[in-house]
Design a protein around this ligand. Structure first.
Ligand SMILES: [Fe+2]
Length: 290
């Protein structure tokens, strides 16, 4: 039975490293930010039914980084279920070590679903090793179709690190690394036809952003790492001091996401160039090939 209104939390892009790791691609103290978010959740007057963490749980995907994430959640002792998704900064090989109770086969995407107080939450793994953008592997959309047929009477919430592409009508204007690819966006659209989807929760672009995608609200969180400077886009990619999470409420009338920002200066922490992003992809591919 659906219990409404239903309150839950959306956090994303945790980008946690193991203690002591030196990392010139980390622009804020993400460990402290995760602790801060968890203490804010503790402070919530209305206890959330569950927490969604929609990918980029770690900055580089080492087992020790996942163990650190798990340890921080454990230490917070919230006793609230957490649904994890994987993003492009994650590595399944690390995740299966750090979260061996959740996923065991690193060759398979981490797709899973659960029913939370009458809401059917379906989490899809849109990460592909050594790619920044989001794609589906063979079989994932069939798996989604089968899940959508389960609990047919319940509303569905989808979670995926990469949101659907916004400007499907002008894909040449989009950069596929910012979202699901155009092909993956279309495959998702086909798979969910006719389903009662109350929303899609995503991360990846480090912006608080809401868009409507064929009638479905897509909620993207700024995350825990560094905020993209929306004003400077698309000419410059400034990563600003800015973090936060969202409190979501599902009512019979639909989904609300209330963004809860942490204190932030919005100062530039790093300016990324396309060249740096391309070099980063090359580095990851080279490291994976070793
Ligand atoms: Fe991220």
């Amino acid at each position: 039975m659906t219990v409404q209104p239903l309150t839950f939390v959306h956090m994303t892009d945790l980008h946690v490293n193991a203690p002591g790791v030196s990392d010139d691609m980390l622009f804020s103290d993400t460990t402290e930010t995760l602790k801060r978010t968890l203490s804010e959740i503790k402070r919530m007057a209305e206890r959330p039914a569950f927490i969604v963490a929609s990918g980029d749980l770690t900055n580089h995907g080492e087992p020790e980084a996942y163990a650190t994430v798990a340890g921080i959640f454990e230490e917070a002792a919230l006793d609230i279920p957490v649904l994890f998704a994987l993003g492009n900064h994650d590595r399944r090989e690390g995740f299966v070590v750090g979260f061996s109770d959740l996923h065991q086969d690193a060759s398979q995407p981490y797709d899973h679903d659960s029913v939370m107080n009458g809401l059917h939450v379906i989490v899809l793994d849109s990460s592909v090793p050594d790619e920044i953008g989001g794609y589906w592997e063979a079989g994932q959309m069939d798996w989604l179709r089968a899940r959508l047929a389960d609990h047919a009477d319940l509303p569905k919430l989808l979670v995926m690190h990469h949101a659907p592409m916004v400007a499907e009508e002008a894909p040449e204007m989009e950069m596929e690394w910012e979202s699901l690819s155009l092909a993956a966006t279309n495959e998702l659209r086909d798979a969910i036809k006719g389903a009662n989807i109350v929303g899609i929760l995503s991360g990846h672009v480090h912006l608080d952003r809401v868009h409507h995608w064929h009638g479905i609200p897509v909620v993207i969180g700024m995350g825990h790492h560094a905020a993209t400077d929306a004003v400077a886009l698309p000419d410059a990619f400034h990563m600003l001091d800015g973090t936060g999470f969202a409190i979501c409420t599902l009512r019979p009338s639909g989904l609300t996401a209330t963004f809860a920002a942490h204190p932030q200066s919005r100062e530039i922490r790093k300016t990324l160039t396309m060249q740096m992003l391309l070099e980063y992809i090359e580095q990851r591919k080279a490291a994976a090939a070793e």
